[in-house]
Design a binder for this molecule. Structure first.
Ligand SMILES: [Zn+2]
Ligand SMILES: [Zn+2]
Length: 236
């Protein structure tokens, strides 16, 4: 499972890094040493994420553990999108509060500083975490599958959203059209221009997928214009 997580990371981050070279040439210029560190930390995180995921996948196959189901009629159809939303919301909630905690001085120095060494972040920074931080995130989905029923394919959707948003939110440019990002739905979703501001200003925009907790707790400072710029530091 560690191999799968690592391969998924290398392929997906590599793909978006390649896209960045095409769409925003020069955006990662001078960041080679940082990117090497991001890849190193991310591969270490892959090893950590792979362990609980592997145990749960084995238990599901061999012993019928977990509430992952495969029959399309096991639950009503409306439950399919609802389960995806429930997983993302639960993950987002866990992430928001542990992330805020990690911005306290001691846990920041000990663990979270590794993630913030990405200034500006790149498509390779998606899993660039200190092992302590990787551990706080490694058990969320493996724990949820024991509690909240989900169709196998919808679990795939959750993992895909997790992978794609984790990478694109760090890649330094906004891939979604400005009209969508500023729409009433976009106002509640986190994309690159939101998370970029977190890497710039640290004490705001802590969320992962949704702006719900940031808005509720007054930590939402809005979007970064840099994500629309052609070069880091230059406003669009
Ligand atoms: Zn980040
Ligand atoms: Zn942070």
């Amino acid at each position: 499972m560690t191999g799968i997580v690592a391969l998924r990371y290398l392929l997906a981050s590599g793909g978006f890094a390649l896209a960045t070279r095409r769409v925003r040439p020069g955006l990662y210029a001078g960041l080679d040493a940082q990117i090497r560190r991001e890849i190193g930390w991310s591969l270490l995180s892959a090893a950590i994420y792979g362990i609980p995921a592997g145990i749960v996948a084995w238990g599901w196959q061999e012993h019928g553990w977990t509430r992952v189901y495969t029959g399309w009629s096991d639950y009503p159809l409306w439950y399919l999108p609802l389960s995806v939303f429930a997983y993302l919301f639960a993950h987002d909630t866990w992430f928001y509060w542990t992330h805020r905690w990690m911005h306290r001085p001691k846990p920041f120095r000990l663990a979270h500083a590794v993630h913030h060494a990405s200034r500006p972040p790149t498509a390779w920074a998606a899993m660039s975490f200190h092992p302590i931080e990787a551990l706080t995130g490694a058990f969320v989905i493996p724990a949820l599958v024991f509690v909240v029923p989900i169709h196998f394919a919808m679990l795939g959707v959750v993992l895909m959203v997790m992978t794609v948003m984790g990478i694109t939110n760090h890649m330094g440019w906004e891939m979604f059209p400005r009209r969508l990002v500023h729409s009433s739905v976009g106002n509640w979703l986190i994309t690159a221009s939101h998370h970029h501001r977190h890497h710039d200003e640290y004490r705001c925009n802590y969320g992962l997928y949704f702006r719900f907790w940031d808005r509720l707790c007054g930590t939402d400072r809005g979007l970064s214009e840099k994500a629309w710029a052609n070069l880091p530091g230059r406003a669009a």
